[in-house]
Every structure is written in structure tokens, then in C-alpha cells.
Design a protein. Structure first.
Length: 447
């Protein structure tokens, strides 16, 4: 039931079908038309009363209740109020309830003398008095909203961040990371670790939507990682060669132009020692110019030297992710990051699976898959299978099952389990019977 419908229903019940013969502004424009519409008054009753006062109040409440992007802005309204003494503002629904109760009570009391007609001048005065504090609260809320909306005009990424914030409620990773990456100022450089294929990249890509530019680099154990980050030299198609900016150069260049950039280093724990040492030197800000800056020497020649570019650290946010089981990095590199470790949780894993399925527009039984994944982790810890099933197993099934039906997706997973998970005899290469039995357990858990 809408705000206006609630008010109409209360008024219609309290008036009990009585007629009105006054010139009150409130009754003609709001209360009487409501009762006529609901059949509580004859159609000609509206012509007996003039005015529009109460309509203004009702319209104000309805307008505030349906403001575009209100849900997205709620988190930022809270941020906007930080640093000053907050004022108590009741939710809009509470304001509507109060008006409903107050108008209904006033009208009902005015007609308690059983008179066939009602003099509404007194009702108008009483409604005026009752509405003053309520409308003051509505106006306070409207002022806060308008002030926040004005603050967005010069910073569209605030609205983008608000959209990301509204999606973090059911995303454990994003919920923990988002506060570390503010919309202004430097970030706390964070390394997110979790079990393999646990939705780290999925969550961080959602965080990237809050920035002017999002860049992602899949880290490898190649000794050429530094070249890939800064930029390789490639044939230009005209018989010569040209330097192409790598992802790190792109990030610094864009940040130097005032853009807010998020650089995501995925699977950073795979990096060999030279790559770790290179990034360590880059992550040490240069403070000679006052404000801390990241400084990078590119592969572009400028005369006899290479180009050097820099950006303020608050414009370039860096986040990394990796599987903690793959940890083989140096203590210096490890200590440079603030760690956020995500443990396996059945409910969270099921939520991730549902989000993945929603992305593909398919419906799955995410809890069944999550239970099977949990069982596979237990069997893996018992060394009965080579690896557990995870989100990547689900993605492959959705993409290759050839159907959007859960039964077909599940069958694809079951049919491929042996090839993916079975442990083999080290001498003969034959599947181990105990491992085959474990795989049958997983298949059964998926049914």
C-alpha cells in the first residue's frame, strides 16, 4: 500500500461517510477527493469545498518517497553527515504514518458530536498545527538530499561508488575491502587472499566500477613481468618498432592527468623475485615535491633519456589478490600489503555461486553446489582427490553445458569430475580406487 493510499484509507474510515460544507483548503483538495474516489462521499461533494493546502503536504511526502536513486544515495547521505552533529530525521514512511494518524484523529474527533455536517475551519487550524513539525522533518531530509546531490555534480564517481556500496551487503569480500579504498585520499594497499576460485576477482571488478579507470593485470611467474607492466617494444607495422604502454604505465599516466584509477594485480603471489623487487621500488612514494607521488620510468625515449612520469598516490589505488596456498614471496613484499584473508564459508560461497549464475542469466541450486564444493574440500584435505571443485568449475559448466537448465549444468559437472579431480597411481598412472570412490561421493552430493 502506498503512502497516499494509507492516508486515503484512514480518512475514509474515520469520516464514516459524513458530508462537508466548509471552505477549508485541506478538505477540498485532498481529503474529500480521496473519499469520493473510495466511494465514501457522493461525487458532487468536491464542489462544496475549495482549497489545496493538504495536497501540498501529501505531494511533498510522495515526491520525497520516490526520489530517483534514493536507495543508491543512502550510504552517501550518511557520509555527507559525518563530521557534523547529526539531526534526528525519521524515515519517510514514519512521517507518512504520523500524518495519516494525525489527520484521521482530527477529523474523527471533529465529528464525534454526531452532527450531519462538519464546520472545518477548526479542523484546518488543527491540521496546520499538527503538520508543522512533520513538514519540518521532511524539509530537513530534502535539504540533506539536495546538498548531497549538489556535491555529486563535480564528482560523478561518488555516485558510482554509491552504486557499488549498495551491492556490497551480500558480498563479504567487497564489504571488507570497500572501506579501505575511499573516494578521496590514498588507499590502504590491500592483498586479498582466499581459497582458489573464491570470487576475489569478481568482487574487485565490482569495486573497479567506482573509479574513472579500472585496469587489471593477470600476474604470472614469467621473468618478463616488468616489461609487461611498463610496456614492451613491438613491431609498428611499418617496418619499425614502437613502445606500447604496459598496464602500470597506463595507470600512472591516467592518474597523472587527475583520473582516479584502480589497478588490480591478480594472482600476485605467483610473481618471481625480480617482479616483487620491481614493484617494491615503485610502491615507495617519492616525497621530494611535497605530496607523496608514485614515480615510473617508461620505455619511451625523450632525447637521450627515458620518459619519467608521476602521479599523486591518492589518484592511483592498487589492490592485489592471490591464493594463500601459493605463497612463496619474500617477507619484504609480503609486509608491504595490508592483508584481508577470506576463509571458506558455506553461505558466502553459495551467494557467490548465485551471483555468477545471475550474471549468465541462469538459475541454479546454489546451495547444492556449495555443499558439494564443501565436501570436495574435505576430501582434498584427506588427499583423496587432486583438487576441490570451485567457482571456476561452475563457470565452465554454465558456459559449456549447452543449456540453461540446472539438470544439464549439474550433469556436465558430474561427467567431468573424474578427469579433473582423480588421483592416479604414481607408477602405472591408473586412477586410484579410493579417489574414484571420493568422486562418486561428490556426484551424489550434486543430486
Amino acid at each position: 500500500m502506498t503512502t497516499l493510499e494509507a492516508i486515503k484509507n484512514t480518512i475514509a474510515t474515520s469520516t464514516q461517510g459524513r458530508s462537508f460544507v466548509s471552505t477549508t483548503d485541506y478538505l477540498r483538495s485532498a481529503i474529500v477527493p480521496a473519499m469520493v474516489h473510495l466511494g465514501s462521499l457522493p461525487k458532487d461533494a468536491t464542489s462544496q469545498i475549495r482549497g489545496q493546502g493538504c495536497l501540498v503536504a501529501l505531494d511533498t511526502i510522495e515526491r520525497i518517497s520516490s526520489v530517483d536513486e534514493r536507495e543508491q544515495c543512502e550510504a552517501l547521505i550518511s557520509e555527507y553527515r559525518q563530521g557534523k552533529q547529526p539531526t534526528a530525521v525519521n524515515p519517510v514512511s514514519s512521517v507518512a504514518d504520523q500524518i495519516t494518524q494525525q489527520i484521521g484523529s482530527i477529523v474523527q474527533n471533529a465529528m464525534s458530536n454526531n452532527s450531519p455536517s462538519v464546520s472545518t475551519a477548526q479542523i484546518q487550524d488543527e491540521i496546520d498545527d499538527k503538520l508543522v513539525p512533520v513538514l519540518d522533518r521532511v524539509q530537513d531530509l530534502e535539504k540533506d538530499y539536495n546538498a548531497f546531490k549538489d556535491s555529486l555534480k563535480g564528482s560523478p564517481n561518488k555516485l558510482a561508488r554509491a552504486k557499488v556500496a549498495t551491492t556490497s551487503s551480500d558480498d563479504v569480500i567487497l564489504k571488507r575491502v570497500l572501506p579501505l579504498y575511499p573516494d578521496q585520499g590514498p588507499c590502504l594497499k590491500t592483498l586479498v587472499t582466499s581459497p582458489p576460485s573464491y570470487g576475489k576477482s569478481y568482487s574487485i571488478r565490482k569495486l573497479g566500477k567506482a573509479y574513472d579507470l579500472y585496469l587489471e593485470h593477470p600476474c604470472t611467474d614469467s621473468i618478463d613481468e616488468e616489461t609487461t607492466l611498463i610496456g614492451p617494444t613491438l613491431p609498428d607495422g611499418n617496418g619499425g618498432f614502437a613502445v606500447v604502454d604496459g598496464v602500470l604505465t597506463q595507470a600512472v599516466r591516467a592518474a597523472s592527468e587527475g583520473k582516479r584509477v584502480l589497478l588490480f594485480l591478480d594472482e600476485v603471489l605467483r610473481w618471481p623475485l625480480p617482479s616483487q623487487e620491481f614493484l617494491l621500488s615503485f610502491l615507495e612514494p617519492n616525497k621530494s615535491s611535497g605530496d607523496p607521488e608514485y614515480v615510473l620510468r617508461t620505455r619511451h625515449k625523450q632525447g637521450n633519456a627515458y620518459e619519467v612520469i608521476s602521479c599523486k598516490i591518492q589518484n592511483l589505488h592498487i589492490i592485489a589478490a592471490g591464493n594463500r596456498s601459493a605463497n612463496s614471496i619474500t617477507e619484504a613484499f609480503w609486509s608491504r600489503w595490508h592483508k584481508v584473508n577470506i576463509k571458506f564459508d558455506l553461505d558466502h560461497f553459495a551467494t557467490i555461486c548465485k551471483q555468477i549464475a545471475d550474471t549468465y542469466g541462469v538459475t541454479i541450486y546454489e546451495r547444492i553446489f556449495a555443499d558439494a564444493a564443501k565436501l570436495s574440500r574435505d576430501l582434498y584435505n584427506q588427499m583423496r582427490i587432486k583438487a576441490p571443485i570451485d567457482c571456476r568449475s561452475l563457470v565452465n559448466a554454465i558456459e559449456w553445458a549447452g543449456s540453461d537448465d540446472w539438470a544439464d549444468i549439474r550433469k556436465w559437472i558430474q561427467d567431468n569430475l573424474e578427469d579433473q579431480l582423480v588421483e592416479s597411481d604414481a607408477r602405472t598412472g591408473d586412477p586410484l580406487n579410493d579417489s574414484l570412490d571420493a568422486i562418486e561421493e561428490i556426484k551424489l552430493a550434486l543430486t
